[in-house]
Design a protein around this ligand. Structure first.
Ligand SMILES: Nc1ncnc2c1ncn2[C@@H]1O[C@H](COP(=O)(O)OP(=O)(O)OP(=O)(O)O)[C@@H](O)[C@H]1O
Ligand SMILES: [Mg+2]
Length: 266
């Protein structure tokens, strides 16, 4: 689904390509299969969001290739690029990066369908009801604005919006970092459940290895813009091969979040 091969990227030219003044990520190679959740862990500033921006096509790498469903993301232009962007959606730490405070939830969920000219008014409102149901929100929530929701509900809306166009790949950049631990658990459960039902691939970015140990099929550990270790979650968390992974694990507070505790009450 997603192949990242030898990607190097940095800043200094406004992201327009060519020679970057500072290299932020270097020679990154990773894969995410359909229906797989791959965690990307690493400390603040190591380059996680930069990699996410390269994968979505927002930032051009100075070397390497990103393929989604076999297509080189950075070789696309114009209409082909816009069509392709439907396949890759993002969920951010701050839901307000995708939700306008002035729009109702219903409007926010309709917008991607309208922009990509999917269906008519009737089928769109049916789809909005379906999306609310998918993320465990009551239909009445559709009439509210983001400011009238709890943090957990807002993040559910952001997830529903990201899934509106049935993407093949979901990139989650610290989506639960701003939430209380108990609410984190319900949102993580929701993501697992949705992945099982919809079979999108997911690149889940976090500095918190405890979150990944409960959620990810595989984990990649990034340090200073390089992947220092990657493998199945059980291997990486119980038999880390790189000293930096051991340091990260030692610094991770044990988080007792019960993955079975679920429910829309957040
Ligand atoms: N637009 C930009 N222009 C120049 N430098 C940038 C830009 N965005 C990020 N950087 C630098 O690139 C490096 C990596 O940033 P990035 O946002 O990818 O880190 P991160 O791993 O996502 O960190 P965090 O966990 O804090 O979100 C940092 O040193 C940052 O200062
Ligand atoms: Mg970041």
């Amino acid at each position: 689904m997603l192949e990242i091969v030898g990607v190097t990227a940095g800043y200094g030219d406004g992201g327009r390509g060519g020679r970057d003044v500072t290299t932020v990520i270097e020679d990154v190679t990773m894969r995410v299969a359909a229906g797989e959740i791959v965690g990307l862990a690493g400390e603040s500033g190591c380059g996680k969001t930069t990699l996410a921006r390269v994968v979505t096509g927002l930032h051009r790498p100075s070397a390497g290739v990103v393929r989604v469903a076999g297509v080189d993301v950075h070789a696309l232009r114009g209409r082909a690029l816009r069509a392709h962007r439907r396949q890759v959606q993002m969920v951010f730490q701050d839901p307000y990066l995708t939700l306008s405070p002035r729009q109702t939830v219903g409007q926010a969920l309709t917008e991607p369908l309208r922009i990509h000219r999917v269906g008519d008014a009737r089928s769109r409102s049916a789809r909005v009801r379906e999306l609310l149901d998918l993320v465990g929100l009551d239909l009445q929530v559709g009439a509210r604005r983001p400011g009238q929701l709890s943090g957990g509900q807002r993040q559910r809306v952001a997830i529903a919006r990201a899934l509106a166009l049935e993407p093949r790949l979901l990139i989650c950049d610290e989506p639960v970092t701003a939430l209380d631990v108990s609410v984190q658990a319900t949102v993580l459960n929701l993501l697992c459940d949705l992945r099982d039902r919809l079979e999108f691939g997911c690149l889940f970015i976090t500095h918190d290895l405890a979150v990944l140990s409960q959620l990810a099929d595989r984990i990649a550990v990034m340090r200073g813009g390089r992947i220092v270790e990657q493998g199945p979650t059980g291997d990486v968390t119980t038999h880390p091969s790189h000293p930096y992974t051991r340091t990260l694990l030692a610094a991770t507070p044990t988080m007792d979040i019960a993955m079975s505790a679920d429910g829309p009450e957040d």
